[in-house]
Design a protein around this ligand. Structure first.
Ligand SMILES: [Ca+2]
Length: 351
């Protein structure tokens, strides 16, 4: 995928050189004609990636040698997570399990792409399975908790492959549902509502018990986060969420976690591949660069996220004006009546 993106996105010049060589024994003349045609292929509406490649130190790929116990390994295992020859099993298809795998190295790249090959499968019939898995890029690591086996009120990115509809109100969406959340250390993921109130975007993806390989892809560049999925065996990415103005500090950790409750599934990670995207920055962008300590989204109102009301709505203003005018009218009428009575009393006293 990364290579494909690179091919598409790079602005390149290709030189086709046609060498026309005509050799004749009698003439002993060698003529060389070089015709160079410069073809400029420009995809100006696509990002200008001039370089991109997999970063091994942040990636989790086969063979998972020493994973979790060797000091040279870049990953830690937690809970029920187990290394198998072809995948890392976060939880088996058994009740009440929690497992995770966490990168040991703080991630410092600014623009990147993350491709996760995962597999969720089990014996349970549809909606008798759970709960799903999550992929993380967070400040915290190696914590137990209620959010797919990780802590709540996390700081950073969480991508949830939610395979069980906890909220009864969620009849309008089909599960498994993949969604993104940006935690700031105080925001809570509401498991009973499948994280709906804090969701920045998401989509349905039939990623459970699939006969195809299932992938998700996160791309982050120029403060824009795109989530894509490939779960239908079509070898093409389908856009799932697109969030602009998302500001994420560096120095966080990649991880993947999962939990089962009364319902269960096998939750497996086949690979986590991290690619560096080299995006040329404009001088303005370089100037704009700020020291970020807390992740945030510039405009939360672009999502269906509950935000505090900052002022009165148009309807509220209308009714406030209406009642003010009515109140003033009543006061004037009462005043006139009182004045009339007072004047009449005064007149009576004179006679
Ligand atoms: Ca759920």
């Amino acid at each position: 995928m990364a290579a494909a993106v690179s091919d598409l996105n790079m602005t390149r010049r290709r030189s086709f050189c046609v060498l026309s060589r005509r050799t004749s024994v009698s003439e002993l003349v060698l003529r060389l004609v070089v015709v160079c045609v410069l073809v400029k292929q420009s995809f100006s509406d696509e990002p200008d990636f001039s370089e991109e490649f997999m970063k091994r130190e942040y990636s989790l790929v086969k063979p998972y040698r020493g994973l979790g116990f060797s000091s040279s390994s870049q990953w830690d295992l937690m809970g029920t997570a187990m290394v198998m020859p072809d995948y890392v099993r976060l939880t088996p298809d058994q009740q009440s399990r929690q497992g995770a795998v966490w990168s040991r190295i703080p991630f410092v790249l600014r623009d990147w792409e993350l491709k996760v090959h995962f597999k969720v499968h089990g014996q349970g019939k549809k909606n008798f399975n759970g709960d799903g898995l999550a992929v993380w890029l967070t400040k915290e690591r190696m914590q137990n908790g209620p959010v797919f086996g990780n802590m709540n009120q996390f700081t950073g990115l969480g991508v949830f492959v939610d395979t069980y509809p906890n909220s009864e109100k969620n009849h309008d969406r089909t599960f498994p549902y993949i969604s993104v959340m940006l935690g700031n250390g105080t925001l809570s993921y509401d498991h009973d509502r499948d994280g709906r109130s804090t969701e920045l975007g998401g989509c349905t993806a039939m990623a459970r018990n699939s006969i195809h390989d299932t992938f998700l892809l996160l791309r982050y560049f120029r403060n824009r986060l795109t989530l894509m999925v490939d779960v239908d065996g079509k070898q093409e990415w389908r856009e799932c969420a697109d969030i602009t103005g998302l500001r994420l500090p560096t120095g966080y950790y990649f991880g993947a976690s999962s939990a089962t409750g009364d319902l269960s599934d096998n939750h497996d990670i086949v690979s986590i591949k991290v690619y560096q995207l080299t995006v040329e920055q404009t001088p303005e962008e370089e100037e704009e660069e700020e020291v970020l300590t807390i992740p945030r989204v510039d405009n939360m109102r672009q999502f269906a996220v509950e935000v505090e009301d900052e002022g009165m709505s148009g309807v509220q203003i209308f009714f406030t004006l209406l009642f003010s005018v009515l109140g003033l009218f009543v006061l004037v009428v009462v005043g006139l009546v009182v004045y009339g009575r007072w004047k009449e009393n005064k007149r009576k006293r004179f006679y």
